[in-house]
Design a protein around this ligand. Structure first.
Ligand code: GLN
Length: 189
């Protein structure tokens, strides 16, 4: 199994380190030809969704990745990655629009919106959650499933083979969410 990690900007190295610890093969997606290598799953990291959206278009990555996600490529979006997948983005512009969720950008405030929590995520158990200028999910459609709620706000969800978290599991020591993603790819979750 091989995972492509979008490596245009943001916290992609940290995702690679998590996959290394789980023994999963991975490579960085930086330009159009990287996509031709073929992969079984895609990680969209945290960072700045406006910058990533622009680079995805400028580098010709947007259309081929959107098509693969639409066709069922398993994808895991963290924070900015979650925003990139959402159909509706309050306070921003949608990008792939493949996941039927409505998201509020910078939901906890721009400057002071960073915090740590420990809470339950369905399928992953009680886990550490690091939020950095995070969005949260305002609503999910009937075809999407809520996986975690913190302080009354939806912070993790899944629709088909699309998994999103508003927090950054790659910045904590706990491997549960990445394990969940690998199991999802294999069809075990
Ligand atoms: N606020 C960022 C955005 O809108 C996301 C922050 C993050 O990924 N840590 O893209």
């Amino acid at each position: 199994m091989r995972i492509g990690i979008l490596a245009l900007q943001g916290a992609f190295v940290e995702h690679a380190a998590m996959l290394d610890r789980l023994g999963a093969e991975h490579f960085e997606i930086r330009q159009r030809r990287d996509i031709d290598r073929g992969f079984d799953g895609l990680i969209l990291p945290g960072g700045e969704s406006t910058v990533m959206r622009k680079l995805l278009h400028d580098l010709g990555l947007f259309a081929p990745l959107q098509q693969q996600i639409r066709e069922g490529l398993p994808v895991f979006g963290t924070c900015a990655g979650l925003i990139l997948l959402a159909k509706s983005v309050e306070g921003g512009t949608p990008c792939f629009e493949t996941m039927d969720i409505s998201v509020l950008r910078n939901a906890y405030g721009r400057q002071l919106g960073s915090f740590y929590a420990e809470d339950n995520m369905e399928g992953a158990g009680k886990i550490p959650m690091t939020f950095i200028r995070a969005p949260y999910i305002r609503s999910v459609s009937a075809s999407a499933r809520v996986l975690a709620v913190v302080d009354g706000n939806i912070v993790a969800a899944r629709q088909g083979k699309q998994l999103v978290t508003a927090f950054h599991p790659e910045l904590c020591d706990d491997l549960s969410v990445h394990k969940y993603f690998l199991q999802m790819i294999k069809g075990e979750k």
